[in-house]
Design a protein around this ligand. Structure first.
Ligand SMILES: Cc1ncc(COP(=O)(O)O)c(C=O)c1O
Length: 809
């Protein structure tokens, strides 16, 4: 293949050029792509234009010279190679071929075309020299939903190197922000997204104008895919940023978007009429090159004949879909749903879907109906509805809380209805301290999964992780692994019992669902009949149903910071005590001498000190909170944050205690898989690079201050509690549960998962807290009124949240 110019360039905008589709193109599309493109797609990037309006000299034919390429021409041309798979609707705008085009005339042409198309929308071509008021007037017209800007309109000598400000004026952002409109931007400058000025511009403006939506055309101009691949991570977490696929022929650019933003931010676009040219764009060095029919001597190659740019782009998208293992539901989003959701184009026919469809398809449903319907269906098959009590919607806002997530990234979740929420609640019930889908942890896990994460042999990551954990805990010698917190705690109690040859346990705090723990609530022959002795330890209402009565009298609870209560237990049961099991802190720091006193009592009676770090671990300092308090346990137990969302738990212990693992049988198949330790290693490495405890304390403190400010302003009887990294609120009012429910319901309406607790993560920034507090201002005003009127439950408009453990109706 030679790049020697062979024929004169044919102007790409002429009907005679874009209609040159061959049988080979059609055959290739049918063979490779027809089944890939779902029916009813929406093309988010298509140009409509009149040849006269382009103001260029046309020599070929008079017919071409007067041509008007409206929706009909577009449809006919797309059908010529996509057949029935051609897009049903589109987002159309003029073709900014040069700075000389008749912008006003072309905008009018597009507007008139789209006015006749129910499901389509238009963007207005705008120049930096346009008058905002004139544009404002045009915007009143039907079906316009934003702006298309282009570098050729910049008033700079080399527009291709222009800074974005030179062709995207601030008033465009202001209008878009005021009205929730979209801006389509084709980045320029040599390195596109890798240009530091471009990156800063995109990030800064998306944050400054959160109600505007920015579509970075051509996968952030990923024609040289590396530019998008290298820099897209810097834009993570922007809630108003989207990307289209138009004319990009390299899978890597799409993969980068999918990895950093997921399938809900990628929009199918064709760049018509460019998609109908024959050739493709390739990365070359630090740039890209368009191979066209006219600039390559294709006859010198017996292997290659160019096909349509649109086909090449779809093949690249298909390749990315394969690499990222996208489902049909994901593809339906990219091709059909995302753009319609972004532009507010209705989607009919979503009713009466089965469970499978409910899970698969995420075309948006405004009120969360799909998510609620799936939960109602699940409750018939899954007793109690969920696997974790704290994730039951009934514990937060019955009938309103979104039970399921489709995507979770950073601190944002998307439910099955495509609704986005910023998680200002529990972040995976404390599991995701680095944020959801952390890129470093995800990359390590994906690599491990692709290499195979389970075999007859063991995972080598176990050994490496053991070294890291022991290095973090100078008092410790050995490690054993599990996958969940509760089971790790059960194993820790077993180890303590085996190593002491004793049965009894003193405990403080919550430690999971296992028999040894629930035995606390078993009535003994002489005392505690029906008494909820675990009430003080996080969860009231834990019935010991199914726990063998023979375990009665084996567990003795004591309250945090009440050393005298433990002293009394030791005085009575000291010689039989296998372990003292406790959280080192939950809501408050230990009083001076408390933990030291516990340690001394253990030493005196020969019981093992087991510290449960499952929730607090890694939040107050790198490692367990006990490190900060300077008290060495015999065993420390981790889960939750250790795997940052991947199942992983560990007991770290001194050799003397851990030795008992050799004489009691503790063994399970899935404790040997590799994802857990791989995730833990990646998580710990990241925690060694970033000071997570300092960050989450700052974010949580700001939230606490915000809650307090709002409650003062609106007379809400509120108190805050807990460490900054696990901050909580409560209402000093008999309607506390109803007020909590009302807070949750109103914040859901504003796009936040919110409740009486906030577990900040590394993914939370100050801006998330400020956005929450701004949205919460009117909500707190209502909470104040509800508290005064005593009508919070009525305002909830449904059932009030449950507290503690209770049977689901
Ligand atoms: C301190 C503590 N221990 C144990 C557990 C139980 O862990 P898991 O839910 O992973 O079984 C929890 C869970 O919240 C916890 O907070």
């Amino acid at each position: 293949m030679s790049l020697r110019p062979r024929a004169e360039a044919s102007p790409c905008y002429l009907p005679s050029v874009i209609r040159r589709v061959t049988d080979r193109d059609v055959e290739l599309f049918r063979r490779e792509l027809a089944g890939f493109v779902p029916p009813g797609s929406f093309d988010v990037h298509a140009h409509l234009y009149t040849v006269p309006g382009l103001n260029v000299a046309v020599e070929e034919s008079a017919e071409d010279a007067g041509a008007e390429l409206g929706v009909e021409a577009y449809r006919e041309s797309m059908r010529s190679w996509m057949g029935d798979a051609a897009p049903r609707d589109g987002l159309f705008f003029g073709l900014p071929l040069s700075a000389n085009i008749d912008v006003a005339g072309e905008n009018r042409f597009v507007g008139a075309q789209v006015a006749r198309q129910e499901g389509s929308r238009a963007l207005l071509l705008v120049r930096p020299t346009d008058h905002p008021a004139a544009v404002e007037a045009t915007l009143q017209t039907d079906r316009l939903c934003g702006f298309k800007v282009y570098h050729l309109f910049a008033q700079t000598p080399d527009t291709y190197q222009a800074p974005t400000e030179a062709f995207l004026p601030e008033w465009v952002w202001e209008r878009a922000d005021q009205r929730g409109l979209s801006i389509m931007l084709h980045l320029v400058r040599r390195q596109a997204l890798s240009d530091p000025g471009n990156l800063e511009y995109v990030r800064g403006h998306c944050l400054r104008y959160p109600n505007a939506r920015l579509i970075l055309a051509h996968a952030a101009r990923g024609f040289c895919a590396q530019h998008t691949v290298d820099s897209i991570d810097r834009l993570r977490g922007l809630g108003n940023l989207f990307f289209d696929t138009a004319a990009v022929c390299e899978a890597a650019a799409f993969e980068a978007v999918l990895r950093a933003f997921g399938p809900s931010r990628l929009l199918f676009g064709t760049d018509w009429p460019i998609c109908n040219l024959r050739g493709r764009c390739v990365s070359v060095g630090d740039g890209f090159f368009w191979l066209y029919e006219h600039n390559v001597d294709w006859d010198t190659s017996q292997f290659a004949q160019p096909t349509l740019v649109g086909i090449e782009s779809l093949r690249a998208l298909k390749q990315a879909a394969r690499t990222c293992a996208l489902t049909d539901g994901d593809l339906e989003q990219i091709f059909c749903a995302n753009a319609r959701q972004l532009l507010g184009v209705g989607l009919a026919g979503q009713e009466n879907r089965g469970v499978r469809e409910l899970c698969d398809s995420r075309a948006s449903v405004a009120g969360g109906e799909r998510t609620q319907a799936l939960y109602e269906a699940a409750k018939k098959r899954i007793p109690g509805g969920t696997q974790l009590l704290s994730k039951r919607p009934e514990q937060l806002a019955p009938g309103k809380w979104p039970a399921y997530f489709a995507e979770a990234r950073g601190c944002e979740v998307i439910d099955l209805d495509g609704r986005r929420f910023v998680d200002m609640a529990y972040m995976g019930i404390g599991a995701c301290l680095l944020g959801y889908c952390d890129p470093d942890v995800t990359a390590a896990v994906v690599r491990r999964v692709q290499l195979g994460s389970m075999s007859t042999l063991n995972s080598p990551e176990e050994a490496e992780l053991a070294e890291v954990l022991v290095a973090l805990h100078p008092w410790a010698d050995q490690v054993r692994y599990f996958r969940c917190g509760g089971e790790a705690m059960a194993a820790a109690v077993r180890i303590a019992r085996a190593s002491t040859g004793r049965d009894k346990v003193a405990l403080c705090g919550y430690h999971g669902w296992h028999d040894w723990y629930l035995a606390t609530n078993l009535p003994t022959a002489t005392e505690h009949a029906g008494e909820d002795r675990l009430r003080e330890h996080l969860l009231p209402g834990l019935e010991p149903a199914g726990v063998p009565s023979g375990l009665a009298g084996t567990v003795f609870p004591f309250r945090f910071n009440q050393l005298a209560e433990l002293e009394a237990i030791v005085a009575t049961h000291g010689p039989e005590l296998a372990a003292v099991v406790m959280e080192p802190t939950r809501g408050a720091h230990p009083e001076p001498g408390f933990l030291e006193g516990v340690r001394a009592l253990c030493d005196r009676c020969g019981a093992r000190l087991v510290i449960d770090e499952i929730t607090i671990g890694f939040r107050l300092c790198l490692g367990g909170a006990h490190l900060r308090y300077g008290v060495a346990p015999d065993l420390a137990v981790y889960a939750k944050a250790l795997g940052n969302g991947h199942p992983m738990a560990a007991i770290v212990g001194n050799a003397d205690t851990m030795d008992a693992c050799q004489c009691t049988f503790i063994s399970s198949t899935y404790w040997t898989e590799s994802v857990g330790p791989t995730a833990a290693l990646a998580t710990l490495r990241k925690m060694q690079r970033f000071d997570v405890p300092v960050h989450v304390a700052r974010i949580g403190r700001r939230m606490r201050e915000g809650w307090e400010e709002l409650s003062r302003r609106h007379g809400v009887p509120l108190h805050t509690a807990g460490h900054d990294c696990l901050v909580k609120l409560g209402f000093d009012h008999p309607d506390d549960p109803a007020l909590q429910t009302l807070l949750t319901v109103r914040m859901l309406e504003r796009g936040f998962l919110a409740c009486a607790g906030f577990y900040p993560s590394l993914a939370h920034e100050e801006r998330h807290v400020e956005a929450y507090l701004a949205a919460a201002d009117p909500v707190f005003a209502e909470l104040g009124e509800a508290a005064r009127a005593g009508d919070a439950a009525r305002r909830v408009g449904g059932a009030v949240k449950q507290s503690g453990f209770a049977r689901l109706a």
